[in-house]
Design a protein around this ligand. Structure first.
Ligand code: FRU
Length: 488
C-alpha cells in the first residue's frame, strides 16, 4: 500500500459520525503490528498521553488522537480506563474540538479532581482563517456518570509576550499557598524554550499570569519546551519537560527529547533551582511527552506513561493508516541523582506459559529476563533463525556502556534520527527485564537504572534471538491486556 498524501482539509476534517471510521477500524484491528498490552489508537494516530488521573478506584488515561490515519491533524482526547493500570478498555472520545477556541484541535493537557468532577485542562488550538495560531487554556469536566461538560469560555488566552507556541497546561495544587498553578510550555520571542505560570484560588476562574519560571543555567536550552510538569517524587522536586530542537550526545539526529532536571522548586519566587543536569527519561528511540498521574494518594512514587513515538517521524504502519502507542505505565522514583523507572509489580499477572529458551523462539508478546554472570554481554532480539539481523544490544563492561543498534532489522525506519542509542550505566550490568509486544520493545536495565523504549516491526522470519554464554535467560508469553473495542 502506498503512503497517503494528505491535504489540509483531510487532516482537519471533523468527525461527525463514528461510521465514518468504522471501515478503517475494521481494516486495522487484528493486523500484525497491533499491540496486545499497550494502549494504541482505535483508528488513526496517537501521540501524547493526557489527563492521567486516579479517581474512585479507576485510572483514567487519555491520548491525543487524530481519527483519520497516520497523520497529525485535528486532535481529540480519546479516553481509556483501567482499574489496575494493566488492563485497559476504550471509553470513547472525551474532548472534541468543537468550539471557536479549539477549532483546530484539543491539544495536550492534564487532570485534577475538582469538587464534583474530574477537571481536564487542555490547550484549545485555534487557528484564524489566515492560519495564525492562538492557544487557549480550556476545561472539560468529566462527571462520575460519564457526562462531560465543556466550559464555554477559556480560562485564559495566549500571552502577548511569547510566540504562538504556548500549550500543554499542567494543573498543580500548592498546599502551602492554597493556590492552584497551571504551568504552560512556551517559547520566548527570541526563540528560547521556557515555562510560564498562571495562578488562581479556584479551579474554574480567577486565573492570572504569575510569571516565567526561572531555571538557572537553562535559559538557553532548546527553542520550545513541550509538555512541562513539576512533580514531587520520593520527596524531591522534578521538572519534567520536552525541549525541542536540541542536540544531545548519544541521541543521534533526534532533537526532540523527553527528560527531567532534579532540583528544588521555590513557589514563592517561581524558581526551580537545578541540583544537576538534564537527563532523558528514556534512552531508547521512541519516547516523548511523558506524563505522571495526578492524585495517587499514599505512594512515594509517581506513575508515568509516555508516547512511544516521536514528533516528525514516519513508522512502518503508516501505510496501514495507523500510528503510535503509549509505553506501559511505570513506577517512577528518585535514586540518588537520577529517576528510576520500573515496570509495575503487578505486571507479573500477565505472565502466561514459560517458554524454553533453547527453542530459540521469541513469542510476539513476551517478557524476557536476563541475568548476567559478569563481563561484556551481547544480545540480539528479532534475529532470523540463522542468527543474522535483528536488534543488537551490547554491553561493554570496561566503560559500562550499553549500546542499542536497530540498523540490522528488516523494516528500518526513522533512520534520519540515527539507528544507535547509547548510555553509560552507573553500575555494572547485572539484570535486564525486557517487555516485547507485537511492535515494541522496552528494555529495563538493572532494575530501572535505565530504560530503552523502541518501536520495532519484525517480519515473520525475525523471531529468534542470540545471547552470549555468560548470561541466563527466562521467557514468558504475555496475555492480552488492552481491549480494542470500537467505542467512539
Ligand atoms: C507534543 C505536542 C504538544 C501538543 C500536542 C498536539 O507531542 O506537540 O505540544 O499539545 O502534541 O497533538
Amino acid at each position: 500500500m502506498a503512503k497517503k498524501e494528505w491535504t489540509k482539509e483531510e487532516r482537519y476534517r471533523v468527525l461527525k459520525d463514528p461510521e465514518e471510521i468504522r471501515d478503517l477500524y475494521e481494516r486495522i484491528t487484528g493486523t500484525d503490528y497491533r499491540q496486545t498490552y499497550h494502549i494504541q489508537p482505535v483508528t488513526g494516530l496517537l501521540n501524547d498521553p493526557n489527563g492521567f488521573v486516579h479517581h474512585n478506584g479507576k485510572w483514567h488515561l487519555f491520548y491525543q488522537w487524530c481519527p483519520w490515519g497516520a497523520v497529525h491533524g485535528l486532535k481529540y482526547w480519546y479516553h481509556t480506563v483501567s482499574t489496575d493500570l494493566i488492563h485497559w478498555e476504550n471509553a470513547g472520545v472525551c474532548i472534541k474540538p468543537d468550539t471557536e477556541y479549539d477549532n483546530k484541535g484539543a491539544y495536550s493537557g492534564s487532570a485534577l479532581l475538582g469538587k464534583d468532577a474530574i477537571c481536564l485542562f487542555y490547550t484549545g488550538n485555534h487557528r484564524d482563517p489566515d492560519w495564525t495560531r492562538k492557544s487557549y487554556t480550556c476545561i472539560v469536566k468529566l462527571y462520575d456518570d460519564g457526562r462531560k461538560a465543556k466550559l464555554p469560555w477559556p480560562l485564559f488566552g495566549p500571552h502577548p509576550d511569547y510566540t504562538e507556541h504556548q500549550r500543554d497546561p499542567k494543573i498543580i495544587y500548592n498546599e502551602a499557598q492554597d493556590t492552584y498553578y497551571i504551568i504552560i510550555g512556551a517559547q520566548t520571542k527570541d526563540k528560547r524554550g521556557c515555562v510560564i505560570l498562571y495562578k488562581s484560588r479556584n479551579l474554574l476562574d480567577g486565573w492570572e499570569f504569575a510569571g516565567e519560571l526561572k531555571v538557572p543555567g537553562f535559559e538557553n536550552f532548546g527553542d520550545m519546551w513541550e509538555c512541562p510538569s513539576i512533580e514531587r517524587i520520593s520527596g524531591r522536586d522534578v521538572l519534567i519537560f520536552c525541549p525541542q530542537h536540541l542536540h544531545l550526545a548519544g541521541r543521534g539526529e533526534n532533537t526532540n527529547h523527553s527528560g527531567y532536571i532534579l532540583g528544588t522548586m521555590d513557589w514563592d519566587h517561581l524558581t526551580f533551582t537545578p541540583s544537576g543536569n538534564f537527563h532523558v527519561l528514556d534512552f531508547g528511540f521512541d519516547s516523548y511527552a511523558a506524563e505522571c498521574a495526578a492524585n495517587i494518594e499514599d505512594r512515594d512514587y509517581a506513575v508515568v506513561v509516555a508516547w512511544m513515538g516521536l514528533p516528525d517521524s514516519a513508522y512502518p504502519t503508516d501505510e496501514e493508516e495507523w500510528q503510535g502507542c503509549l509505553t506501559m505505565p511505570r513506577e517512577l522514583t528518585v535514586r540518588g541523582r537520577r529517576l528510576v523507572q520500573k515496570p509495575l509489580a503487578d505486571l507479573v499477572a500477565l505472565r502466561g506459559e514459560e517458554i524454553d529458551p533453547s527453542m530459540k523462539v521469541l513469542p510476539r508478546a513476551c517478557e524476557v529476563e536476563i541475568l548476567s554472570r559478569g563481563g561484556d554481554l551481547d544480545l540480539k532480539l528479532f534475529a532470523r533463525q540463522d542468527g543474522s539481523g535483528g536488534l543488537s544490544i551490547h554491553y561493554d563492561d570496561e566503560d559500562k556502556f550499553v549500546t542499542v543498534d536497530r540498523s540490522g532489522v528488516e523494516k528500518r525506519f526513522n533512520t534520519q534520527m540515527g539507528e544507535i542509542r547509547e548510555h553509560a550505566l552507573e553500575n555494572r550490568l547485572s539484570h535486564l527485564r525486557i517487555y516485547i509486544d507485537r511492535s515494541s520493545v522496552e528494555i529495563f536495565v538493572n532494575n530501572g537504572d535505565a530504560v530503552f523504549s523502541s518501536r520495532i516491526f519484525p517480519t515473520a522470519e525475525e523471531n529468534s534471538f542470540v545471547l552470549s554464554p555468560n548470561a541466563s535467560m527466562r521467557i514468558w508469553k504475555l496475555e492480552r491486556a488492552v481491549k480494542e473495542d470500537f467505542v467512539i
